[in-house]
Design a protein around this ligand. Structure first.
Ligand code: SF4
Ligand code: SF4
Ligand code: SF4
Ligand code: FES
Length: 951
């Protein structure tokens, strides 16, 4: 797509018919639409350039790349001149050399080659072009007007802008426009006065810049540069790895010096991100070496006791003896485990194996329970596979993009940039969301339809859209007849065509004007390739699974599954949600979504693991909490998960955790759950281990170790050590052996190995004999389950109703700079952009309550009460308030209830009836939280001091 033979080819690749031309006497054939500059690179040459780079459209401003073309007057710029059949190009001549030299001497007059000590020394494009042309100084002198004293803007915590090093090439401006789609930069002024300006000439930190770093990466000099690079100097090596934040799964080169990350550079050949990144993955890695990291195993009898630092072996033995004691006393089913969507596939696989094989129970679950479990249910039932249908690249072939209950610019920013690029090319956009998310209106992007539905009415909305499709004759009859089961389709068609499902009948329920619904339905059904992208705004409802069924119904009815550009695509929140589900983390399924009740599946796993597996599904997370409160569930092993902050009804969760006799937490930090733990296994960050993550497009990518685990063991080694202490042998010498075991046991993974991942870069499962290189697009020709199956999706209002006592609906989400429970991002400079959770409230509701922006607001629900600062905004509709859950003391989940999806128990985070009133002080819960927090941090400080004195 970009480089040729690993070198910047100057302009992006083109797609046209082959064209043959001659460059410096050699014939070269390239696609029509290719620039002469790129054609020369394809022929093995290199034309000097400054303003061109192959990730951006040609601009033609620097005039360093001039060439001669036979039959043409003058000296055209090779970056902006396209090839033509039979063209004869000369890239080297004395005249060209003189012209180029003159241009570079002008640049050098304002940018002297004082390169020693510059962080870009030996990596600066101006320096290398000057050297190639033999320019060492400028004949124009350095005394004239120049920019040498322009002050450096160091406001951004991660990079700086030094205008004295800027050559006004505009690469940064174009990167912000074309790659990121934020349009935060401009070149102001002309000629000598030209200068780069952020927003309205503001410091970067205060501008619209979202710190994606695309401009920094595109800068040919050190004008825009990462601060650590400027301080630490050039890295010694680069290791290809995968971002540990969101489900986009961006690939990075981790550039390292002395086992310290100097910078993270998004991989240009990363198939999920194509060379782009966001502020989290590119910059917010400092948590990995934060002073809050715990690097010594710890144990204690009671959660009010001081922590005792111990060796790994002592920690394993203590945890194992407690688990065995509890099983002997309360029964085998009194224990369980929770796998993490932040850890690797191999680590999740080992935790569920430990629970099933070493502890002999199916009481294992994963945090996907509280996010995308309805996706698994809905897509498996309709299409036959619990995963999204496309590769991210597919969006570039979409004509209509339908975003439902997702906020990609905050939650999945790199994919959002790609989506926005496609929208700027002309694709249409429908957004169904209670809030006016950024995509509804942002620079050069405007939704054709925004359907601002009331929280909790998704199913009514999807039924009304389906009603329009069916009653207006927009069903793709040939597709349905060929690919779907006829009887369920007929049943669904009869159901959705009932008058009660018309947009007009449902306007009272959804709040969305009927003509908007009709317009959106017509556009999706008739606008060409229609692709649906959805998020937790779909799944985290009492009818989350019903809505996923409804989305799949709609896509099948319109023929929008089974090729590029279309599909049903869950945007997964955390880096390895897809993987932790694939790895058999649910209590009813073994790896590859095979039910534990299936005799042959149990026999296969039982033979490999040398045990007899239980045929009954185990407890889900909410059932574990209920059983703990009932007294029948007593011990839990939690890897990389923080239920005390992330799960709904915090007080219920912490009561359940307090009832456990042994809670083992494996994490980087003393998270909220660990404050109730008896054993702490120090975790390892993604920089400290080998493994794989699977992103939202089923793409398996390698995680590679760039530094030794700070606690001595990677997470998979700790799980294996715990298993051995339980008397169950796990003897892997490397995570590749765990993947080999997964491949032996899982039909969709049979072709996956580390060797193949190294060779191909990444693989989208299924990867097996039928698809040895993986499967970018699923359900081509037929669905995984054979015929697609429609389901009737009756709308059932949530029992969480507003009334006079709780008149508002609270819904939740996330912001770009923070991530999930914030354990990582809160320990980075990202908090400069977002340092507390706030409550968004509509001006009308705020005025009714005398609330202004910045006021403290008490929010009360049927579950509890908390206090947040208010932001009055029209982003939310009247009657709806909104917050995030990145900070533990804001207690967003103190107020969310235990209502959950009927099929999967995924909590209904998105709908909580609340009252909001102006208050002056924190809630009782917050006061108790702070006291408890201080007590637990004091106990930790004692343990850290004891560990230091032992060294
Ligand atoms: S960091 Fe990203 S958003 Fe900010 S100016 Fe650069 S390209 Fe634009
Ligand atoms: S900051 Fe860098 S990329 Fe931007 S115009 Fe200046 S030299 Fe070019
Ligand atoms: S988009 Fe997601 S995966 Fe990519 S860099 Fe940002 S957080 Fe990481
Ligand atoms: S590289 Fe062609 S004009 Fe700058």
């Amino acid at each position: 797509m970009f480089a040729i033979n690993g070198k910047d080819a100057g302009t992006p690749a083109a797609q046209g018919e082959p064209v043959t031309l001659s460059i410096d006497g050699a014939e070269v054939t390239v696609p029509a639409g290719t620039s002469i500059m790129r054609a020369a690179a394809a022929a093995g040459g290199a034309i000097p350039k400054l303003c061109a780079t192959d990730t951006l459209k040609a601009f033609g401003s620097c005039r360093v790349c001039l060439v001669e073309v036979e039959g043409q007057r003058g000296y055209p710029a090779s970056c902006t001149t396209l090839v033509a059949p039979g063209m004869k190009v000369k890239t080297e001549s004395e005249k060209l050399r003189q012209l180029r030299k003159g241009v570079v001497e002008l640049y050098v007059s304002d940018h002297p080659l004082n390169c020693k000590g510059c962080p870009a020394d030996a990596h600066c494009e101006l320096q290398s072009v000057a050297a190639d042309l033999g320019v060492t100084t400028s004949p124009y002198g350095f005394d004239g007007a120049n920019h040498q004293s322009a002050p450096c803007d160091a406001s951004n915590p991660y990079f700086q802008f030094d205008p004295s090093l800027c050559i006004a090439c505009s690469r940064c401006v174009r990167a912000c426009d074309e790659v990121q789609g934020t349009f935060a930069l401009t070149i102001e002024g002309r000629g000598f006065e030209s200068r780069v300006v952020a927003s309205q000439d503001e410091p970067f930190l205060e501008s619209e810049c979202v710190s994606c770093g695309a401009c920094v990466e595109s800068c040919p000099t050190a004008a825009l540069i990462e601060k650590p690079l400027a301080i630490m100097g050039r890295p010694e090596k680069a290791v290809t790895t995968t971002c540990a934040y969101c489900g986009v799964g961006c690939s990075f080169e981790a550039e390292v010096k002395d086992e310290q990350v100097v910078r993270m550079v998004p991989s240009r050949d990363g198939k999920a991100n194509r060379g782009h990144a966001c502020v989290k993955g590119r910059f917010a890695y400092g948590y990995a070496t934060h002073a809050d990291r715990i690097t010594t195993p710890m144990i204690r009898r009671q959660i009010t006791d001081p922590w005792q630092p111990v060796s790994w072996d002592e920690a394993f033995k203590y945890a194992a003896s407690e688990f065995r004691r509890i099983q002997a006393q309360y029964g085998r089913e009194s224990v369980g485990g929770i796998t993490s969507s932040r850890c690797t596939n191999e680590e999740a696989f080992l935790v569920q194996k430990l629970v099933r094989a070493a502890l002999g129970t199916n009481n294992v679950d994963t945090c996907a329970r509280v996010c995308h479990s309805p996706t698994g249910y809905g897509l498996k039932h309709t299409l036959g596979e619990s995963a999204g249908t496309q590769a991210f690249d597919s969006v570039m072939k979409s004509d209509v993009i339908f975003v439902i209950g997702a906020n990609p610019t905050d939650g999945h920013p790199v994919f959002a940039s790609r989506m926005k690029r496609r929208l700027r090319e002309g694709a249409k956009l429908i957004v169904a969301d209670p809030r006016a998310i950024d995509l509804v209106r942002s620079p050069h992007v405007q939704a054709d339809f925004h359907l601002p539905l009331r929280p909790g009415t998704n199913v009514a909305l999807i039924n009304s859209i389906a009603h329009v499709v069916v009653t207006e004759g927009l069903v793709n009859e040939a597709y349905v007849a060929e690919r779907c089961e006829p009887a369920p389709f007929q049943k669904w068609r009869d159901f959705v065509s009932q008058p009660k499902n018309s947009p007009e009948a449902l306007v009272e329920v959804t709040g969305v004007p009927a003509e908007l619904v009709r317009g959106a339905a017509r556009l999706y059904a008739t606008g060409g390739n229609g692709a649906i992208y959805y998020g937790l705004g779909v799944t985290e409802h009492s009818q989350g699974s019903t809505m996923v069924l409804g989305i799949a119904n709609l896509a099948m009815a319109t023929g929008n599954i089974g090729r590029e550009g279309v599909g049903v695509n869950p945007l997964r929140g955390q880096n390895n949600v897809q993987g932790s589900c694939d790895m058999g983390s649910f209590p009813h399924e073994l790896a590859g979504y095979r039910h534990v009740s299936d005799v042959s599946t149990r026999a296969l796993f039982g033979a490999e693991w040398g045990v007899q597996l239980e045929p009954e599904p185990g407890l889900r997370i909410p059932n574990m909490f209920e059983a703990a409160l009932d007294g029948s569930f007593k011990a839990l092993y939690v890897q990389g998960e923080d239920m005390a902050q992330s799960d709904p009804n915090t007080q219920h969760v912490t009561a359940a955790l307090s009832a456990l006799e042994c809670l083992v937490v494996q994490d980087l930090f003393l998270n909220e759950t660990a404050k109730y733990a008896h054993v702490f296994f120090p975790g390892s960050s993604f920089l400290e281990k080998d493994g794989t993550f699977t992103n939202a497009e089923r793409r398996i990518s390698r995680v590679r170790k760039v530094m030794q685990p700070l606690a001595g063991l990677a997470d998979w080694e700790a799980t294996a050590g715990f298993a051995r202490a339980l008397g169950y042998e796990m003897s892997y010498s490397h995570p590749s052996e765990i993947m080999d075991e997964i491949a032996r046991l899982t039909p969709t993974f049979t072709g996956v190995s580390y060797e193949k991942l190294d060779r191909l870069g990444s693989i989208q499962w299924p990867c097996n004999d039928a698809a040895p290189a993986g499967t970018p697009t699923m359900h081509i020709g037929e669905f995984v389950r054979g015929k697609g199956r429609f389901y009737v999706t009756e709308y059932v209002p949530t029992s969480e109703r507003v009334n006079a006592r709780f008149p508002l609906i609270l819904t939740t989400g996330r912001v770009l700079t923070q991530y999930n429970v914030g354990a990582q991002t809160r320990r980075t400079a990202n908090s400069q952009w977002y340092e507390e959770d706030v409550l968004e409230i509509h001006p009308q509701d705020a005025e009714d309550r005398g609330i202004g922006t910045g006021d403290w607001v008490g929010i009360t629900s049927r579950a509890g009460e908390t206090v947040l600062r208010a932001v009055v905004t029209e982003r939310v509709q009247p009657g709806v308030v909104y917050t995030t859950f990145h900070f533990p003391d804001s207690g967003a989940n103190v107020i969310t209830t235990e209502n959950s999806d009927w099929a999967t128990n995924c909590p209904e985070y998105k709908v909580t009836a609340v009252q909001a009133v102006k208050v002056q002080r924190p809630s009782d819960w917050q006061r108790r939280f702070h006291e408890r927090n201080e007590q637990q941090l004091e106990l930790l400080r004692g343990a850290k001091a004891a560990a230091r004195s032992r060294q």
